[in-house]
Design a protein around this ligand. Structure first.
Ligand code: ADP
Ligand code: MG
Length: 465
């Protein structure tokens, strides 16, 4: 274990929980405690004795953040980037625990890394705890998405992703309690988006949710979304033809129709059993796998009642993972699988096993393409998304030219003409993060650092006044 001052620390490491205690002369341990799912030794070298808002800029990663109530910062920790949120110990521990349970259920949430408690500044005054999660790579808060030129239906596509996320969380018994665009992160997923839960502070896991609990979550989501969109609109970030209330209503409608498809009972006559297969196919197309179906005959024996019991999201992404080891979003996976099929047909290999063809496709098609992503974009676009967009672009070029376009040429044209739109420059990120901090509520007392001078601090607006 590496620490800056080894003599001041000893590790209490049990069952994967690392504990570090800072001793302070004879006063007994003033315990700095890091409870972590796995240990990253670099965690011990961070300036825990300073309020998060005053951490030195060279530790921070300048990536866009969403609006938050607490101080949140992205921090380089060795090779990784962690999101740190300064909150009370009870809340940090609770959220950490909830996120861990959600991860075990395979739900799309940020990954919890650690809870840091027992922090004190150099004068011995107590500081709040910090919840550490892994920065979700390639994710964007919704305001960062709207800060760029976007397709006019972006709001709709975000809502569709949020509806899927809510249904998945609700199916698992998770009551969110504070659904809003600010508490979600979005990943590009081919033409669509995937949504990840980021703020679980108000949530709760139950064996099953009542209809009332679900309705409450949906209703609050609708209200929050309308408010958030109106806010974007007043900042002239929302396309003028977008009706905020209509978008809010879309969430409710999307949620209910998906919920019904995933959980509803269908009735068939006994000679229509093929309809079961159709039902399963429909669910597959929505990206859900059916693990268990309940099939019952009605009282009179004339009807068969069919209801999915266990549905799992990620039908295509699991298939692609199995074939290629690529772990990507559902729609990206569907697109990649389609390309794999095309490759198989065009190389006359319908009789070869898909596993073998997939290995060749990776080596001959996918890898050479994504290797062409220029280094300065590698942190901005996921390889699978890049590949998807290249396929689109190549199709677009071929249509214009009236003939096929070689892959390499399509890639070069895409890098030159399309990729630059992806870039969020440093200034745009700084503006977004300033906005993100404008809602932070913090107590002055937390910032008792002697060396601290608000005038020197670019983030001083966070807690001034
Ligand atoms: N693990 C993470 N990966 C990426 N962004 C994150 C992560 N954790 C927090 N954020 C960013 O910080 C913002 C605020 O986090 P959140 O947990 O909602 O704080 P608060 O409880 O103060 O509202 C989020 O909207 C998101 O943009
Ligand atoms: Mg939040």
């Amino acid at each position: 274990m590496t620490t800056t001052e080894p003599s001041r620390y000893f590790a209490a490491d049990q069952l994967g929980a690392a504990g570090v205690f800072a001793h302070n002369g004879d006063e007994g341990p003033r315990a700095l405690n890091i409870t972590a799912a796995s240990s990253n030794p670099k965690m011990f070298t961070l300036p825990w004795e300073r309020p998060l808002a005053t951490w030195p800029a060279d530790l921070l990663a300048n990536l866009p953040r969403g609006i938050s109530r607490h101080v949140v910062r992205f921090v380089h920790v060795g090779e990784e980037i962690y999101a740190m949120k300064e909150i009370t110990q009870a809340v940090a521990e609770r959220e950490y625990d909830l996120l861990r349970r959600l991860q075990k259920l395979d739900l799309p949430t940020v990954t919890p890394i650690a809870v840091v408690t027992g922090r004190h500044d150099r004068d011995g005054d107590a500081l709040e705890a910090i919840l550490v999660t892994r920065h979700l790579k390639f994710s964007l808060p919704y305001r960062a998405l709207f800060a760029r030129n976007l397709r006019p239906d972006t709001a709709d596509r975000l809502i569709d992703a949020l509806a899927v996320l809510m249904v998945r969380l609700h199916l698992a018994g998770f009551y969110w309690g504070d659904v809003s665009l600010s508490n979600v992160l979005f990943l590009r997923d081919a033409e669509a988006f995937s949504a990840f839960l980021v703020d679980a502070e108000t949530g709760d896991l139950h064996a099953e949710l009542t209809d009332g609990q679900r309705e409450y979550d949906i209703d609050l989501a609708r209200t929050n979304i309308i408010g958030e969109l109106m806010d974007l609109s007043s900042g002239e970030l929302l396309p003028s033809n977008v009706d905020e209330v209509e978008v809010g209503d879309r969430l409710v409608e999307r949620y209910h129709s998906l919920w019904k498809t995933l959980t509803g009972t269908e009735k068939f006559s006994p000679d229509e059993m093929w309809k079961i297969e159709k039902r399963v196919n429909t669910l597959n197309q929505l990206g859900f796998d059916v693990d268990e179906l309940e099939v019952k005959t009605s009282e009179d024996g004339n009807r068969v009642l069919v209801r999915p019991r266990v549905v799992d999201a990620g039908y295509c992404s699991r298939k692609l993972l199995r074939l290629t080891g690529l772990d990507v979003q559902e729609n990206q996976a569907r697109r990649l699988l389609n390309d794999l099929d095309t490759y198989r047909a065009s190389t006359w290999r319908d009789d070869d096993s898909l596993e073998i063809v997939a290995t060749d496709w990776m080596r001959e098609v996918f890898e050479p393409t994504v290797r062409m992503i220029p280094p300065e974009y590698r942190s901005q676009i996921e390889p699978a998304q890049f590949f998807h967009e290249i396929l689109d672009h190549r199709w677009f070029l071929a249509e214009k030219a009236g003939h096929d376009i070689p892959m390499r040429e399509a890639v070069q044209s895409y890098i030159k003409n399309v990729l630059p739109q992806y870039k969020l420059d440093t200034k745009a990120v700084a503006e977004l993060n300033e906005e993100a901090d404008s809602g932070v509520m913090d107590e002055q007392s937390t910032f008792g650092d002697d060396d601290y001078h608000p005038d020197d601090d670019p983030d001083a607006a966070v807690w001034a006044g």
